[in-house]
Design a protein around this ligand. Structure first.
Ligand SMILES: [Zn+2]
Length: 306
């Protein structure tokens, strides 16, 4: 059955790119509502933006959704990953600024709060998107592929010149609480050499050594070092789960990302939904539901982080 959060959960923090303080609440919503953001600071006109792939605007450093009135919310991928990873299908996310709070740069605080209030079962069945064929998209940076899968499985590969990251590969089946256990605490990362360039164009203004892993060559500059030796590829998988959640429903699919990011995952969804025989919508039975990322999630498995 579909779910929502039992009660409203609240977060305060700053936006990674804007550096602006922001309050965000994840509120219960009815069945078939999906995940919708609402700008609480905008009084005139339509302030709601559905978290769907066709509302995403090209934005290489984060996932940004924009409605027809030009109202936007950016850096939604970590809270979207937390909702998908905890199996929350319906929520109204109210936010009083243009960017979600970065918190510690991972999704663990969102997961902790969602699981603390609990996930409520509703009366409507879950509908899943079953990928039937293989779709592949490329950019100059890398590629991403979506193919059939029994649940949601993911292979990710990255390759950075900085030896503190280097080449990393990981494969995961995202059922049985895998997201919470393996991915939720992995933080966003960047190269020290990119920080000045991002700031020059008004990005990463809220980035700190605490809410991002900053690397320079062999060195991890952030105090305390890494949470996992392969924290970078784990974070890329966290981002991919959050970006795939813009499909609007859980997916039965195998995702492969090779140096992929927000742009490629969004291109995949656009291509998938432009291919009518590439997918079908199925109502979920108990057997199918047990294979989805929200199945088997336990608050006891949230990683302990500082
Ligand atoms: Zn991210």
């Amino acid at each position: 059955m579909q779910t929502t959060v039992h009660t409203t959960v609240r977060f305060s923090g700053i936006g990674l790119h804007t550096g602006r303080p922001v309050n965000m609440s994840i509120c219960p919503a009815p069945s078939d509502h999906g995940i919708v953001f609402e700008r609480a600071d905008i009084r005139l006109g339509n302030a709601r933006i559905p978290a769907l792939f066709d509302f995403a605007e090209h934005s290489p450093l984060c996932t940004k959704i924009v409605n027809e009135a030009g109202v936007s919310v950016s850096t939604i991928e970590h809270v979207m990953a937390a909702l998908a990873g905890c199996g929350v299908h319906n929520a109204l996310v109210r936010i009083d600024g243009p960017e979600a709070p970065v918190l510690d740069g991972s999704a663990v605080a969102f997961v902790r709060s969602i699981l603390a209030v609990g996930v409520k079962q509703m009366r409507a069945p879950i509908r899943v998107i079953e990928v039937l064929g293989t779709i592949e998209v490329h950019t100059a940076q890398g590629w991403a592929r979506l193919g059939p899968g029994e649940g949601l499985t993911m292979d990710f590969h990255i390759d950075f010149a900085d030896r503190a990251i280097g080449k990393q590969s990981k494969s995961l089946n995202l059922s049985n609480g895998t997201f919470v256990r393996e991915l939720s605490d992995s933080r966003t990362f960047c190269r020290a050499s990119d920080v000045d360039a991002m700031r020059a164009v008004g990005k990463a203004l809220g980035g700190t050594m605490e809410n991002a892993v900053v690397v320079d060559g062999d060195a991890v500059l952030s105090p305390g070092g890494l949470r996992h030796h392969d924290e970078a590829v784990r974070h890329k998988m966290l981002d991919a789960l959050g970006d795939l959640a813009l499909a609007g429903a859980p997916m039965l699919a195998h995702y492969e990302g090779h140096k992929a990011g927000h742009t490629l995952t969004n291109m995949l969804l656009r291509e998938l939904f432009a291919t009518p025989d590439g997918y079908r919508i199925r109502e979920c039975d108990a057997v199918l539901a047990a294979r989805l990322p929200g199945a088997g999630v336990s608050a006891h498995e949230i990683p302990a982080v500082a």
